[in-house]
Design a protein around this ligand. Structure first.
Ligand code: 5GP
Length: 176
């Protein structure tokens, strides 16, 4: 058990399980993108740790960059997606891979895909470390999923609770 601010979380996915799955995804991406040179776009802040590890097991030549959106305050989604910052990279005719920490309602990913599509890429695929299928409200194709998890709030490995907990190397789930 750990405490992050006023909440108690229990250990849910340990670091070795995360590393094993991240390496599997990296291998699969390297296979799928052989002969292609993808632009990998991580969604800040949550995906920083996942993309850091994932990028090390991607063996094809790849560009790595980050964008930032925010749709979350505290524990529940506000349902609003704000502007995307940093989508400056030239994406025309490029193979784009969007990397998220977690897909909850799917709203952020839908919004992101709309914006990336406008840049006329050759292809777009999505990667998420975590996915809550029971929370999904928007139709979205997830090409690579690390773990499907129940609809409970999690922190760690990049994910925060009110700004804290991102640096925890494992994934913790809210108790109660
Ligand atoms: P969506 O737009 O799919 O509803 O939400 C995506 C974003 O909400 C994620 O990138 C993440 O920032 C935040 N989010 C969703 N579920 C959780 C969760 O269980 N824990 C944390 N820390 N953030 C979450």
């Amino acid at each position: 058990m750990i405490q992050v601010k006023d909440k108690i979380f229990k250990r849910y996915i340990d670091n070795s399980a995360i590393q094993k799955r991240v390496m599997e995804i990296g291998k699969q991406i390297s296979k799928d993108y052989a002969e292609k040179s993808p632009v990998i776009i991580g969604v800040l802040n949550g995906a920083f740790m996942f993309l850091s590890d994932l990028s090390k097991s991607i063996t094809v030549p790849a560009e790595v960059s980050f964008i930032k959106i925010s749709s979350y305050e505290g524990e529940t989604s506000t349902g609003k997606v704000k502007n995307i910052l940093g989508l400056g990279t030239e994406l025309e005719n490029r193979h784009v891979l969007i990397v998220e920490d977690i897909v909850d309602t799917g709203l952020s990913m839908v919004h992101l895909l709309d914006q990336v599509r406008k840049k006329n890429p050759a292809s777009i695929k999505t990667v998420t470390l975590l996915h809550k299928p029971d929370a999904l409200k928007h139709q979205v194709v997830l090409d690579y999923v690390g773990f499907e998890i129940p609809n409970k709030f999690v922190v760690g490995y990049g994910l925060d609770y009110d700004g804290f907990g991102r640096n925890i190397p494992e994934i913790y789930q809210l108790t109660t």
